[in-house]
Design a protein around this ligand. Structure first.
Ligand code: PMP
Length: 428
């Protein structure tokens, strides 16, 4: 039996000073119960908590660490950058280098700007889209999370879904009124909306592969329908690839589906574990961003040299090692092993994976949208989560999040995970 005394004590202390003891809600384990683990260090596929328990980690900081924890080349690049100065508030060559590495994989991002988080990226992309079109309305899908900017916190899946908060308090009604939500994978509702309101819609933003209601993939033809509807109304299409970027494929979902969005947002992997986001797209649109144009967006620490160094080295290793495509075999091994373990134990699950992202819903039948995802037995998920944790496997502490693989996860790690899953499914 693993003990968590030190984590419990640290959590009690943190809770006196920080709301809920955490700096991001899902970390608090409210979706699964119990006390969050305080992590002390990570190396490769493993993390160690404050009580020296070891875990195979599938959270990976919620996606960024596609090379695993503390990859030696990334650590070295960051240390080198730090020794030359932490931040200048002036341009550095590294920003152009990272932009070039991103554009090589995302040719749709003809001009791009670095920011400090995915939230900043989506918030800024929406502003540019409104500036470009002169329209106010934006469209998003139920269960898609695009960060915590006011107008995007409407039916936003992820942490809100975990906590049972469909829309955040504190968002002015005037903002929320400009956000229209539709069910994911409902091409008919989409076409009807654009038929009626298209000329007032600045942009449609979506996760082209949904990763914030668990994992939900688009039906055949859905992404094409989205592109058609937006183009037909001269509305911009924003692919939020903060999670899928360099994850489902090096070129993201836009490469998989062969669809060119007007704007793209990135984050997570492109910062290699440091705080980075980016937004970019068609030159004519991005030329509206200050100082070239009238859409204001800025940041004291934007393009931070340490963050750029981590991103550059991460994207270089990704290119050299043929990631994330090279993770396909491991991903399949994990997906099949988990499904088999559930079947043998007689537990109804719907497992799904795209590249190095995976998810197990505790229900029968396909999950095509947020409503389907919410039918999952979240109490069963919670029991599974804890049974895995007890066996040294760290999965996402919420049914509405996905798991991530890294290049540091070995075949032996996957085998150990599947062994644990067999016991865990049997135990619940
Ligand atoms: N968009 C998507 C698709 C995300 O998954 C996330 C974070 N999970 C965000 C935006 C927000 O990014 P951040 O947490 O860096 O603000």
């Amino acid at each position: 039996m693993r003990t968590h005394q030190r984590s419990e004590a640290l959590f009690a202390e943190a809770s006196k000073r920080i709301p809920g003891g955490v700096d991001s809600p899902v970390r608090a384990f409210r979706g699964v119960g119990g006390t969050p683990l305080f992590i002390e260090r990570g190396q490769g596929s493993r993390v160690w908590d404050a009580d020296e328990n070891e875990y195979i980690d599938y959270v990976l900081s919620w996606g960024p660490l596609i090379l695993g924890h503390a990859h030696p080349r990334v650590v070295e690049a960051v240390c080198k950058a730090a020794s030359r100065g932490m931040s200048f508030g002036a341009p550095t060559e590294a920003e152009t280098d990272l932009a070039e590495l991103v554009q090589e994989a995302y040719p749709s991002m003809e001009l791009l700007r670095f920011v400090n988080s995915g939230t900043e990226a989506t918030m800024s992309a929406i502003r540019v889209a409104r500036g470009f079109t002169g329209r106010d309305l934006i469209v998003k899908f139920d269960g898609c999370y695009h960060g915590h900017a006011d107008g995007l916190l409407v039916k936003a899946g992820s942490g809100g879904a975990t906590l049972g908060i469909p829309d955040s308090a504190g968002v002015p009604a005037d903002y929320a009124r400009n956000t229209i939500t539709l069910p994911y994978n409902d091409a008919e509702a989409l076409e009807n909306l654009f038929f009626q309101e298209g000329k007032n819609i600045a942009a449609l933003i979506l996760e082209p592969i949904g990763g914030n209601m668990g994992l939900v993939v688009p039906d055949d033809g859905f992404i094409e329908a989205v592109r058609r509807a937006t183009k037909g109304s001269n509305s911009l299409l924003i692919f939020d690839e903060v999670m899928t970027g360099f994850r489902v494929a090096r070129g993201g979902a836009q490469d998989i589906y062969g669809i060119c969005p007007d704007l793209t947002t990135l984050g997570k992997v492109i910062g290699g574990g440091m705080p980075v986001g980016a937004y970019g797209g068609r030159r004519a649109v991005m030329e509206l961003v200050a100082p070239l144009g009238p859409v204001y967006q800025a940041g004291t620490l934007s393009g931070n040299p340490l963050a750029m160094a981590a991103g550059i080295e991460t994207l270089r290793v990704i290119r050299e090692e043929g990631l994330p495509e090279a993770l396909e075999e491991r991903g399949r091994q994990l997906e099949e092993g988990m499904a088999e373990a559930a079947r043998v134990a007689g537990v109804d699950t719907w497992g799904i994976r795209r590249g190095s992202m995976f998810c197990t819903f505790f229900q029968q039948g396909a999950v095509r949208n947020f409503e389907d995802a919410q039918r999952s037995d979240t109490e069963m998920y919670a029991r599974f989560f804890h049974a895995m944790l007890e066996r040294g496997i760290s999965m996402a502490p919420s049914q509405f999040e996905v798991g991530f693989l890294s290049s540091a996860h070995t075949e032996a790690d996957i085998e150990e995970t599947i062994r644990a899953a067999r016991e865990a499914f049997a135990a619940i």
